[in-house]
Write a protein that binds this ligand. Structure first.
Ligand code: SAM
Length: 472
């Protein structure tokens, strides 16, 4: 391609090449991938950052800024769209998506970071000149100058409907969640305005990195030697990295003796492993094991007790990830690719069964900033029969006196209590147990007998767990 610049500026004004800012160009590319290819930011960003580092374009601070720009823009997209809509003279759907991405990145710098106004506007206009051309850069400049006239609170006061008129719409704009998600989370959480506001705000915080020291393979003492590491809040195997960092650089994580795992997921595995049983405790099943986080913890706990874990996963490539997560486990285990609704195992053959079913993931919005915009209420209808089928199958798989853990990383009532209640109506041979005593020291678990964890209360993902015993 020729390097000769096209003269698009007014005659007399000397042409200036746009300044290429690798951080903002990379952030833009990541947003385009999320938008165009339905990619996940947490999968797209690491290879882009690695490439930029290899090219010598980036240092650690640049990588941190690019990450913050991408995640912050995606998390706050709902609020920023409302602000941009107030500053353009056409419906947002008529603004080209790449232009909207440049605008959102600019609005995030103006309203969501400490980047000075001048730098936020000029860097966005330069980015627009590089990726969109000079004509559209003028449009970006005009819109961002309007946005820069107020701060975030000022804009929210202008663009969000008053709480008194429409509480859910107000919270949706203020906390950047789709309205139906606000509504669903509030139904599950209950209570008044303060609680739901805390939850929605927590969804917009970057979660700490939490490690698990797999019992018998690593110790928390070993992990606590990592910089800025502190003990977990609830799980005896958890260590939190308060300043993030690179878990892959930790020896125990590289060797698979430890892993990255939210404390909520650790608690689910620990509660199932701790549930009282009548009779033997020798055979455990994880029926939805991929990618293997809970299976790796269960396998390590099983090994300590002389029990064996069968980890099953429908998707063969995810079964491969499970095998990788379990490699080196001190006790016996097996990994198979199998459909949990048409299982190859004999009924009644397990003492403990975990069914951590596929779900909307509305409990892990902190980690997947784009997920809230991709999910639709109709997705619940798709998951409903599978979730019921897998729980029924788990109840078939467990022996009389054994225990099933039904878990989701969604607090949506349609995926949690409604499933458990429906299945229990069909299964007089099963009874729900009080799971709360199996999470010792964890406060605010709800009225029971099931438990719901929350980011704003527990600092975990919003994991749900019901423990069910097969009685007859
Ligand atoms: C929520 S994830 C499980 C997470 C896992 N327990 C962990 O902690 O790493 C649900 C998994 O169930 C798998 N799955 C979906 N349908 C299934 C089925 N019919 N039988 C078995 N696994 C299934 C999905 O591929 C996905 O890997």
């Amino acid at each position: 391609m020729s390097d000769t610049p096209r003269r698009t500026d007014k005659p007399g004004k000397p042409y200036r090449r746009p300044k290429k800012d690798p951080v903002r160009i990379l952030a833009f590319e990541a947003l385009r991938a999320v938008d165009e290819r339905d990619a996940y930011a947490n999968l797209v960003l690491p290879p882009l950052l690695r490439k930029a580092r290899e090219k010598g374009d980036f240092d650690g601070r640049d990588a941190a800024l690019a990450t913050e720009l991408v995640y912050g823009t995606l998390r706050r997209q709902g609020t920023y769209d409302a602000v941009i809509a107030a500053c353009v003279d056409r419906p947002l759907r008529e603004v080209d998506p790449p232009v909207l991405d440049v605008l959102s990145l600019g609005v995030h710098q103006l309203l969501g970071t400490r980047i000075p106004t001048h730098a936020a506007v000029s860097s966005s206009v330069e980015l627009a000149r590089v990726v969109l051309g000079d004509g559209r850069a003028k449009f970006v400049n005009a819109v961002l100058r309007k946005v820069a006239q107020d701060d975030l609170d000022g804009w929210i006061a202008k663009v969000a409907p008053p709480y008194e008129d429409d509480p859910e719409d107000h919270l949706a704009v203020v906390h950047s969640h789709p309205r139906w998600v606000v509504s669903a989370l509030w139904d599950s959480l209950g209570g008044g305005r303060a609680g739901i506001e805390e939850l929605l705000a927590a969804d917009n915080e970057r979660p700490e990195v939490t490690l698990v020291a797999r019992p018998g393979r690593a110790t928390t003492e070993e992990l606590l030697g990592t910089e800025a590491a502190v003990p977990g809040r609830w799980s005896p195997y958890a260590v939190r990295l308060t300043e993030g960092g690179e878990p892959g650089a930790i020896d125990a994580v590289r060797d698979g003796r430890a892993g990255v795992q939210d404390e909520g997921s650790q608690l689910v595995a620990l509660a199932l492993a701790g549930a009282p049983l009548d009779g033997p405790d020798e055979k455990w099943l994880d029926g939805c094991a991929g990618p293997g986080g809970k299976a790796a913890l269960l396998a390590a706990l099983a090994a300590e007790r002389g029990a064996v874990l069968l980890a099953a996963e429908k998707q063969p490539h995810r079964a491969g990830l499970v095998a990788k997560a379990l490699a080196g486990n001190p006790g016996p285990y097996q990994v198979i690719a199998a459909d949990g609704t048409k299982p190859p195992w004999r009924p009644g053959s397990f003492d403990r069964v975990l069914m951590d079913v596929p779900c909307t993931g509305l409990g892990a919005l902190r980690r997947r900033p784009e997920a809230r915009w991709r999910r639709r209420p109709e997705d619940l209808d798709g998951f409903a029969p599978l979730q019921r089928g897998l729980l029924l199958s788990a109840l078939d798989a467990v022996r009389v006196g054994g225990v099933v853990g039904y878990a989701t990383c969604s607090p949506h009532l349609a995926e949690t209590r409604a499933v458990v209640e429906d299945v229990l109506k069909q299964r007089p041979d099963a009874e729900i147990l009080d799971a709360r005593p199996l999470l010792p020291g964890v406060p605010d678990l709800g009225e029971g007998p099931d438990v719901q964890l929350w980011p704003h209360r527990h600092g975990t993902d919003a994991m749900y767990l019901a423990l069910i015993r097969r009685t007859g």
